[in-house]
Design a protein around this ligand. Sequence first.
Ligand code: NAD
Length: 247
Amino acid sequence: MINRLKDKIIIITGGNGLLGKSIIERLTLEGAFCINFEINIECNDDLSNVYCDITDSDSIDKALALVFSKYPKVDGLVNNAYPRTKDWGTKFEEIELNSWKQNVDWQLNSYFYITQKVAIQMAEQKSGSIINMTSIYGVVGPDFSVYNGTSMTMPAAYSAIKGALVNFTRYVASYFGPQQIRINAVSPGGIFDNQNEVFIENYCNKVPLRRLGTPEDISPTVAFLLSDDSKYITGQNLIVDGGWTII
Ligand SMILES: NC(=O)c1ccc[n+]([C@@H]2O[C@H](COP(=O)([O-])OP(=O)(O)OC[C@H]3O[C@@H](n4cnc5c(N)ncnc54)[C@H](O)[C@@H]3O)[C@@H](O)[C@H]2O)c1
């Protein structure tokens, strides 16, 4: 494994999840020190685990203050956490306005706040790379036929939130470019997670590579965008989807 992230200090939010675990594993293999900002975790001494509820700005402030009291700089931030309401996945006609608002606040506004705070610090350092985990559904509309024969659907707020994050990525990349901060998005397609068999079959029949993704399909892209191998790439949305969005 190439050591292209050697000595880089990288914060990743939601590092206990499906993609987060694989991203931490890959970044660590490439030499990074990862700091996992998680809601389901207790802080430890080296701060590889830090309690942080990204939906709470005070919690973000406290977690960042803790990191900056111990480490002089942060080289990377991966906005990956995925807070959602209990009714996430409700059919369009039945979505409550308050639920929509809550999800926008938790999944979009929280990414803004932590990005703002970390980018300000990176601007002082005159270096840094930020990744926003987005989705194919921030780029194209859902093909609802893949849910035929299942009770699954694609939540409407997801499209709005991820689409907003793709363009927010461009905004901050342009704004902080002169300070040598790069900000990119990674948009995965569907990831295998023991979903309903009918859904898997429908999905695989449509996607050109004929399979769902795995977390290990995604994490090398995140590592690449955090590394100097991508040092002239900013504001981009790298789509890792087995070809879903090309047809
Ligand atoms: N899994 C997929 O198919 C897929 C596809 C495209 C994009 N994505 C995106 O990738 C990212 C990760 O998705 P995942 O499937 O690994 O999600 P996941 O649900 O498996 O993990 C999310 C993690 O976020 C943590 N979290 C939740 N609320 C939090 C909060 N308030 N503060 C801090 N941490 C919190 C959870 O504890 C969990 O560890 C998300 O942004 C998601 O939209 C996932």
